[in-house]
Design a protein around this ligand. Sequence first.
Ligand code: ZN
Length: 86
Amino acid sequence: MKRQEHKCHAMRCGAPCPPKHLFCARHWKLTPQPLKERICAAYRPGQEKDKKPSKEWLKAALEARWAVARAEVLVSGEYPFAKGGE
Ligand SMILES: [Zn+2]
């Protein structure tokens, strides 16, 4: 049986990445350093298994998602949202 692949949480990405990583390498690079630090500080080993990340982690992850989407718009000028979603 194929294990379900974990995907990058950045908008419109979907690149496979390890479950304990929020983003693929490309999007992690676009994440502002203070947010990276908040995400790492709030990360609890095993949260990706029990799906119970802390509020701090969720908030930082959400902010990172927006920050990365914003960074991508600034770079590409493209609308960052999937059609019908997000
Ligand atoms: Zn990605």
